[in-house]
Design a protein around this ligand. Structure first.
Ligand SMILES: [Zn+2]
Length: 409
C-alpha cells in the first residue's frame, strides 16, 4: 500500500487539530481548539440542514440499562463490539453502541397520529465501540464516537421518499464539504448468526432500498455481509488518498426495532399501526468525517470550515493599528481572523506560516494610508488592493456561500 501523504494522524497533530494521551487511553482522542472549530462548524451546518429538512433535535444519555439492548437486539447480535456492562447495585448499565434504542423510547413516550408522520428525530450524540487496542488509530478507529444520527418514524408508504431525501442531504453535504463519494453500496446480510432471522422482512427492506437507488439514478453495487443486524442499508463509500475504502454515510430501513419496542401510531382509520424506522447519517461520525477532510484537503479546508479564515499581515510596526482595525472588522462579520504580527518574522515567513489560511490580508504603508488591504488567496492568486469594507464583505459572502472556490473567477 502506498504512503499516505496527508495521513490525518500526522497532520492532525502538526496542525493542532486533535491529539491523544496514553493516560486518557487509546482510541479516545481529544479535540484541540482548531480541530474543535472545524467540528463545531460541521455540527452547526448539519443542524441547520436538518432543521430546514423538518428534523427535530433531541438529546439522550450515552448510557442505558442492559435490558434496553436486550430488547433492541444489540445484546444478542452486537455484544462483541460493546463495552462490558457496569454493575450498579442490582442493575447493569451499558455504554450505548448506537442511538436507536433511545430514540425509539423517546418516540414511544408520546402517542402519535399518522398526521405527525414522518417524524424525523435527530441527534449528534455519543456512542461507544469496544475496539481492540491494536485496531485503534487517529480519528478513524476510535472507542468513543460522535454520530450525526437521525431516525425517521414513518408509514410504509413514506419510506422510499424519506430514504431518497436522506440521500439528497448526503449529496448536498458532500458538495459543501468538498467530499467525493467513491461509490454507493447496497449492504446485505451474509451467512452466520449476526443477523436477525426474519427473511420476509429482509426481502421487503432490500427491495425498497433497491428501488430508491434505481430511482436516484446512482450507480451502486451490492455486498453481502455488510448489513446492520436489523436491516439492509445504503452505504456511501469514500476512499482515502491511498485508495483504502470506508463507509461514511448510511441510510437504513428497519422493521425490527419498531416491533421490538412495540412502536405505534394511530392511523386515519383510527386503528393502531406500526411505523417503520429509517436510520440515516449524513456525514457519519464527526471523527471520521474530520479525518477524511484533513486527508482530502491536506489541512487546507474549504474557507467556511477553516479554523482561521483570514490572516491579517501588517508589513511593519507602522501598519499594526490598521491591521488591528481590519481584524476587528472581520470578527464583526463573523469571520475567524488572526493578526500575524511583524515580531513573528519576515512577511515572507509569515505568509508561509499562514499557507493553509484561505485569505491573507497584507497591509503595507500604502494600503494603510488608503484604508485598503492587498488580498492573497491560499491558491496563490494575488488581488488588486481593495477597500477594507469591500474586502471584508466579499470574504464574508464567500464564506457564507460555502462554495469550494475562494474567489469569483
Ligand atoms: Zn439507528
Amino acid at each position: 500500500m502506498s504512503q499516505n501523504p496527508h495521513d490525518h494522524r500526522k497532520l492532525g497533530r502538526e496542525l493542532g487539530l486533535f491529539d491523544t494521551d496514553p493516560l486518557i487511553g487509546a482510541g479516545l482522542p481529544y479535540w484541540l481548539p482548531d480541530g474543535a472549530v472545524v467540528r463545531h462548524t460541521i455540527e452547526e451546518y448539519i443542524r441547520a440542514v436538518e432543521r430546514r429538512a423538518g428534523y427535530q433535535h433531541v438529546y439522550s444519555p450515552v448510557l442505558g440499562k442492559r435490558e434496553l439492548y436486550e430488547i433492541s437486539g444489540h445484546w444478542s447480535h452486537y455484544s462483541d463490539d460493546m463495552f462490558p456492562p457496569m454493575d450498579l447495585g442490582a442493575e447493569q448499565v451499558v455504554l450505548r453502541p448506537s442511538l436507536c434504542p433511545h430514540h425509539a423510547l423517546i418516540y414511544r413516550s408520546r402517542a402519535h397520529s399518522y398526521r405527525e408522520l414522518p417524524l424525523r428525530m435527530a441527534e449528534i450524540g455519543g456512542m461507544y465501540r469496544a475496539e481492540l487496542s491494536g485496531a485503534l488509530g487517529g480519528l478513524t478507529r476510535v472507542r468513543a464516537i460522535t454520530l450525526n444520527d437521525a431516525h425517521i418514524f414513518c408509514t410504509l408508504e413514506q419510506v422510499a421518499a424519506e430514504a431518497s431525501s436522506a440521500l439528497s442531504l448526503i449529496q448536498d453535504a458532500y458538495q459543501a464539504l468538498g467530499i467525493d463519494a467513491a461509490r454507493f453500496r447496497l449492504s446485505l446480510p451474509g451467512p452466520g448468526g449476526k443477523y436477525i432471522d426474519k427473511p420476509d422482512m429482509w426481502r421487503r427492506a432490500t427491495e425498497m432500498l433497491r428501488e430508491v437507488l434505481t430511482a436516484s439514478g446512482l450507480d451502486y453495487y451490492e455486498a453481502e455481509g455488510e448489513a446492520a443486524f436489523y436491516g439492509p442499508k445504503i452505504d456511501v463509500q469514500i476512499t482515502d488518498p491511498t485508495g483504502r475504502e470506508s463507509t461514511l454515510s448510511t441510510v437504513q430501513i428497519d422493521f425490527h426495532q419498531p416491533e421490538q419496542f412495540a412502536l405505534e401510531y394511530i392511523g386515519a382509520d383510527g386503528a393502531r399501526h406500526r411505523p417503520v424506522m429509517v436510520h440515516r447519517s449524513i456525514v457519519g461520525s464527526l471523527e471520521r468525517v474530520v479525518a477524511h477532510l484533513i486527508e482530502q484537503h491536506g489541512g487546507a479546508f474549504p474557507a467556511w470550515l477553516a479554523p482561521v479564515q483570514v490572516a491579517v499581515l501588517p508589513v511593519g510596526e507602522g501598519e499594526i493599528p490598521a491591521a488591528r482595525a481590519f481584524h476587528a472588522q472581520c470578527l464583526d462579520l463573523g469571520l475567524r481572523a488572526e493578526v500575524a504580527f511583524p515580531e513573528r518574522g519576515s512577511l515572507g515567513a509569515r505568509i508561509r506560516e499562514a499557507r493553509l489560511v484561505p485569505y491573507q490580508a497584507v497591509i503595507g504603508g500604502r494600503e494603510a494610508a488608503d484604508g485598503a488591504v492587498a488580498l492573497r488567496l491560499r491558491d496563490g492568486r494575488r488581488l488588486e488592493p481593495l477597500g477594507v469594507a469591500e474586502a471584508g464583505k466579499r470574504i464574508a459572502e464567500r464564506v457564507a456561500g460555502r462554495g469550494r472556490g475562494l474567489w469569483e473567477g
